[in-house]
Design a protein around this ligand. Sequence first.
Ligand SMILES: [Zn+2]
Length: 597
Amino acid sequence: MDNQVDEIKQKLNIVDVINRYVPLKKKGRHYWACCPFHGEKTPSFSVSEELQIYKCFGCGQAGDIFNFLQNYEKIDFREALEELAKLAGVTLIKSSFIDHQESKKKLLIEINNQVAKFYNYILLSHPLGKEALDYVTNRGITIDTIKTFSIGFSPNDSKYISNYILKKGYKIDDLIATGTFGKSHYGSGLYDRFQGRLTFPLHDYRGHIVAFSGRILPSSKNSNMAKYINSPETEIYHKSQMLFGLNIAKEAIRMENSVIIVEGEFDMISPFQNGFKNIVALKGTAFTQDQLQLLRRYTDTLILALDSDFAGNNASRKSIELADSMEFDIKVLNLGDKYKDPDEAIKADPEFFKSQLKKSTDVWDFIIQSQIKINDIDTIKGKKEVLTVVLPFLVKIKNSVVKSDYFKKLANEINSSVESIYEEAKKYENTNPTNFNLIVPKSKQLEEESESKTEKLEELLLILIIGAKNPAKLAQKLKKHLNNLTVSRFKTIAKFLLEKEDQTLKEILDSLPAEIKPLFQTLYFESEKNQIESKTRLLEIKKATTKINSVLLKDRLNQLSNQISKLENDEDETSLKEVEDEYNQVLEKLHNLQSTK
Ligand SMILES: [Zn+2]
């Protein structure tokens, strides 16, 4: 298998592969693009043809073609392997374990398709679905829309679906693995989680049915039941990646370059039926990073049509902070107090919905205005209330120009000074530490560790060497300096650089221990950020090595002078003489070094 991975890597060029998804532009030795993983307007995503790797300087994502495809397509290694093998024209040798996993997933999707078909048939064509169909059509949903979304109804008695699905020959364990069914001790041995509910298949963005959600009918006797339930997480259903309707809306989202975000199935379906096709439902109020990354492929503008009191909600604050950090433009479609949700608004007054959509405001304006409306800002208490809700949002704005604009706006609105707003904001800066799954760039982590000057200098020296035309050869010339590096991870890299005089950078990278590879890649991309001529490079190297030496010599001088004072106290004349001699030699070296600069 490893051999096949290598074979695929050798046959494909990372530049061609990534270029299929993200248009790349060559600049210097690298190819660049706006990062598909964190969203941005100036490119910091770079691809090295030489090393066949990519790295984003914004979010830190890095890796080879397999990593790229897995992250970009949200697929697992096996799926990436299959896709890339096809692209490379490599026939994969079967591995029974992985094939088993793969065919299991396909089987679950197939069962879900059968189940969705059955539910849809019951709703549209069977007397058992009559009441449900009346309910849906009374809500203004057309037959066409029911077909588009494959909406269905699961009869009150599980025996119908059980008989139907078991006759198809599926095993009970596989049926249970879909999450739709549970084991029952009576009858067929299965019960249907969605029985008595209206059903909505949940598709992933590729259009596979991976799960269901179910809504009870208003007539349902049992008022203890949750209005909506969803399938549990399964091998194919990952809640954090689900956006209801994305498979159908994605082209419209791309065309409009915006996406309207709502909370529930009907809030998505009603506007969609009325021509607002760039719309998805979150099934909750909070975004996950996976969801935002999916949306980022189609647009950079979010229009939130969420519950009007979402400003008071901690989850939405985190969502907005996350979306802002990914450089989305975030707007709010304000339905005011008139309608409780998009579904109701669109049915009562589609024109109002349309005009409010056009008037969408930036999310922070919306938050400020919504709080001013419900508080009396002429009183101290009212002002305080406004600040308590608004500031936690504003302090998290990533762009400091935008942030200071909103501080000014807020100060104006509540008739206060900008200085006092800044002062007050300090209280909120460290509250709600957000634990998003953001990938911490490796280089950032290292930066924090490496405070000392030598560390910085040694790093710079390596960057300068790695960026040269022939790093291995240059390394040999600088052997003396490289052997004297003090930071252990840099020492390791130096050792591998010095291994052979004629090795290529790719060979060096491949030979490195796995834990050092990311650092090497970071240094490599760092070296490429500033293209310099080889003459300048040599000069810079000279400067760096001189500085490293002088820092080392100064450290030595310090040690020696400590020793001297100690020896003076001890009146140990012989040793004192030796140490003083060395002190003078080091001092002389330092002197020479500084005068040659
Ligand atoms: Zn990025």
